[in-house]
Each structure stands twice: as structure tokens, then as C-alpha cells.
Write a protein that binds this ligand. Structure first.
Ligand SMILES: Nc1ncnc2c1ncn2[C@@H]1O[C@H](COP(=O)(O)OP(=O)(O)OP(=O)(O)O)[C@@H](O)[C@H]1O
Ligand SMILES: [Mg+2]
Length: 332
């Protein structure tokens, strides 16, 4: 039986940009899928297709047991969505915004009011509740938008980069809210550029790049694919690279990589801290002075880098654009 969110072969093109190039997803009920990918990978497009805001060129999707293409209205009634850019009414207060959402979902005035108060507190917005939202900071809008998505608790939720623009404290706060939500049985698809967030919240991760899902698995499974633990050594003298590499060859389970300019050597190992101690002893015996040494386990960053050949948390230039979007715009 397909999961609470299921997609097969989703394709969406904009002109000659293939934003989605055959995306398959299957999210079991009550779990969190982290859709991870760099700028322009197709995350928002996937969310928009699954939430009926965009019609895919081809492919199919079933959300909460309902066919997205055949019955978009019913899908909309069964999902909650918090978009990448906060959608709040500037002229209403935070409280009014939340109450309005409740009324849109046919809640009675009294429960809508109570729910609004509860959420304003949960998202640390109680003090600002009765100010028009145009006076809110970016992080406050973001939180209000997330609260709005939670006014009713739909069985399936989509959150597009929910914590982008939040400070660490508020990010933590949102993680707690999300965990509560999921422990109540909600299925969640969340997109993120923060590997730590996917690691922390997602049961499964789908890595997206160029409109394709290029890998899926739990965080641990993805890390295991990248290889196990490694010893990293930074030697003090450039001349020590060669002898150090001979030492490492004796301990390594594979080839040593050398980054000359950083005087850094990396070798895959098994044996953990005990082995690390032996490596240090051997380097010491040979009189090789080291600036740094450590045991590294792969992070999701490593996974991402090895899968896509580039880092996930891509830095935008000062115009807030990124390379790939720039290329697209140049092509216009
Ligand atoms: N409405 C549109 N018109 C034209 N091109 C679009 C449109 N929406 C998205 N694209 C293009 O489709 C590709 C995927 O965009 P999408 O917004 O899905 O990426 P994303 O993974 O959400 O990126 P980000 O991390 O920057 O939010 C990009 O090349 C983007 O420029
Ligand atoms: Mg996006």
C-alpha cells in the first residue's frame, strides 16, 4: 500500500528548465521525509505539485489516499502547507491571521480563538499577538506562517524550508513542535538545506539534485554509503607528508588522500579511538610533528558532497541569487 505521500515519475518543466525530472517518493504514514537539496534542485516545485498548487506535466501523486490530479480540492482539505515564503496578511494582527485560518477551515469562533492563543504561545508570539504583522520581523513572520499551518491538524503536512531565517533558539523551538506533531500521527514532508535538520527530524531522507531523487535512506544508511570512519592528520611540515602517508598506509583500509596545501592526510579506517591512539604513537616514534589529528565519522555534509559533488548549504551571492538560477535568468 502506498504511503501517506506517494509520487511516481513527477515531471515539471518551466520553458527549458526541467525543475522535476521524474521524481518518485513514498512516505509511510506517521513518518517524516526530509527532502534535501541545493538551491534550484526542485524541492519547492515538488512541494507545489504535491499540494495541488502546480500541475505536473506528467506523473502521478497520491496524498492522504487521494489522487492529487483527480481530486485536488479533497487533497487541499486533508493537508497543511507552510510555504518557503511566509504568507500572512500584513494588515491583520498575528492573532487575527490565525483566527482567520481557523474560520477558513470551518472552525467555530470560540475554538478558533482558543487555538490561536495556544499557537501564539507555542511559537513565542504572545507579546506581539495584537500588533499588525507588518511590524513583525522576518523570523516572527516565519513563525506565524508555521503556526498558521498548524491551526487545524491535518493528517499530512508539507513544510518548505520551515526553519530558514530562524535563529538557533527558534529553530530548536520549531523542531520540538514538529516532533510533537509527528508523535500525534501526522505525516510530514519537509524540505531543508540544513543537513543537521534532516538528521535531527527526518526518518528518511531523499536527496534531490537537478530534479532527480539521487539517493534515499535513513541518515545512517546514507552515511554508510559514503564510507565509514576516517583518520585525518595535519602534519606540521610539508616534508612530513610522505613519511606520514607511509605510517597511515599501515593502518588504513583504503587509499590515503592528501591535500598538499593543507598538509592534510585522510585515510579510511576501522577500529575507532584505539586505532587513533596507535596512529599517534607511531607518528610520534617516527618524529613526525602533527598540528591536528582526529577520527571523523561521515556527516550528512560528506554524504551530500559525495553524491552531488557540491555542498548543500550553498551560499548565495549578495543579490540573493544562486548560480543555477542566474544561468536560467541569463537564458531568458
Ligand atoms: N515558476 C517558475 N518559472 C520558471 N522557472 C521556475 C519556476 N519555479 C521554479 N523554477 C525553476 O525550477 C528549478 C527548481 O526550482 P525550485 O524552486 O523547485 O528549487 P528549490 O529546490 O526549491 O530551490 P531553493 O533551495 O532555492 O528554494 C529552478 O531552476 C528554478 O529556477
Ligand atoms: Mg525552494
Amino acid at each position: 500500500m502506498p504511503g501517506a505521500i506517494y509520487a511516481e515519475g513527477l515531471v515539471k518543466t518551466f520553458g527549458d528548465v526541467r525543475a522535476l525530472d521524474g521524481v518518485d517518493l513514498d512516505v509511510p504514514e506517521g513518518t517524516v521525509l526530509g527532502l534535501l537539496g541545493p538551491n534550484g534542485a526542485g524541492k519547492t516545485t515538488a512541494v507545489r505539485c504535491l499540494t495541488t498548487l502546480l500541475r505536473p506535466d506528467s506523473g502521478s501523486a497520491v496524498v492522504a489516499g487521494i489522487d492529487v490530479l483527480k481530486d485536488p480540492d479533497a487533497v487541499r482539505r486533508s493537508i497543511g502547507l507552510s510555504g518557503q515564503f511566509a504568507a500572512v496578511d500584513e494588515y491583520l494582527t498575528g492573532r487575527e491571521n490565525l483566527q482567520m485560518v481557523g474560520r477558513l477551515y470551518q472552525m467555530k469562533a470560540k475554538p478558533a480563538k482558543a487555538r490561536a492563543t495556544e499557537l501564539l504561545e507555542q511559537f513565542d508570539l504572545a507579546e506581539a499577538a495584537d500588533r499588525p504583522t507588518k511590524t513583525y520581523s522576518g523570523g516572527m513572520r516565519r513563525r506565524l506562517d508555521l503556526a498558521a499551518a498548524l491551526v487545524v491538524s491535518p493528517p499530512v503536512m508539507f513544510m518548505d524550508e520551515p526553519t530558514t531565517g530562524l535563529d538557533p533558539r527558534n529553530r530548536q523551538l520549531l523542531w520540538e513542535v514538529i516532533k510533537q506533531l509527528v508523535s500525534g500521527g501526522t505525516t510530514l514532508l519537509l524540505t531543508t538545506q540544513y543537513l543537521e535538520e534532516a538528521d535531527h527530524l527526518a526518518h528518511d531522507i531523499a536527496v534531490v539534485d537537478h530534479g532527480h531523487v539521487i539517493a534515499t535512506g535513513t541518515s545512517d544508511q546514507l552515511k554508510a554509503r559514503t564510507g565509514g570512519e576516517r583518520v585525518e592528520v595535519v602534519v606540521h611540515e610539508r616534508d612530513d607528508i610522505q613519511p606520514a602517508s607511509e605510517v597511515l598506509r599501515g593502518f588504513g583500509k583504503g587509499d590515503t588522500t592528501v591535500e598538499e596545501h593543507m598538509r592534510k592526510l585522510t585515510v579510511p579506517v576501522t577500529g575507532g579511538a584505539k586505532l587513533l591512539a596507535e596512529v599517534i604513537r607511531e607518528l610520534d616514534i617516527r618524529g613526525i610533528e602533527i598540528d591536528d589529528i582526529g577520527l571523523r565519522r561521515p556527516t550528512l555534509d560528506d554524504v551530500f558532497l559525495s553524491l552531488t559533488g557540491h555542498l548543500a548549504e550553498a551560499k548565495n551571492d549578495e543579490n540573493g541569487k544562486n548560480d543555477r538560477n542566474d544561468k536560467k535568468e541569463a537564458a531568458k
